[in-house]
Write a protein that binds this ligand. Structure first.
Ligand SMILES: [Zn+2]
Length: 124
């Protein structure tokens, strides 16, 4: 299931839930059910993101898979599996950023219909 858990004690805040973000959460929930691993939504429209971040427009979420209890698969390989699932099921217009500077610990998914340059520098 999707677990809403902000980082460092900060609550997760979501503004208006854009349909595209609902799609992202539904896909993450389906992956979670299939894998038997919780997906943590660690950030919506909250925390401190870069000034022009789509988080502040309710068009980005951060997802994280934490170490599974069974210990058979590590969080990193699970997050890669989730990234593959999201990339395979989301249409054009989404940017999925993971395993790059600023995004090693979580997956940043944004609905970027304007197709700005994908964040390569830390934008978290
Ligand atoms: Zn983010």
């Amino acid at each position: 299931m999707i677990v809403y858990s902000g980082l460092n004690g900060h609550p997760v805040r979501l503004g208006y839930l854009e349909p595209q973000m609902v799609t992202v959460l539904n896909l993450a929930a389906a992956w979670s059910a299939r894998e038997g691993v919780d997906v943590h939504l660690t950030s919506g429209n909250d925390h401190a993101h870069a000034e022009n971040s789509l988080h502040y427009e309710n068009k980005a979420v951060d997802l994280q898979v934490q170490v599974s209890l069974n210990g058979q698969r590590d969080a990193k390989s699970l997050m890669k599996s989730l990234v593959v699932h999201l990339r395979g099921n989301l249409a054009l217009g989404f940017d999925i950023v993971h395993d790059s500077p600023g995004h090693y610990t979580h997956i940043h998914v944004e609905w970027d219909i304007r197709q700005r340059e994908a964040p390569s520098t830390p934008r978290a």
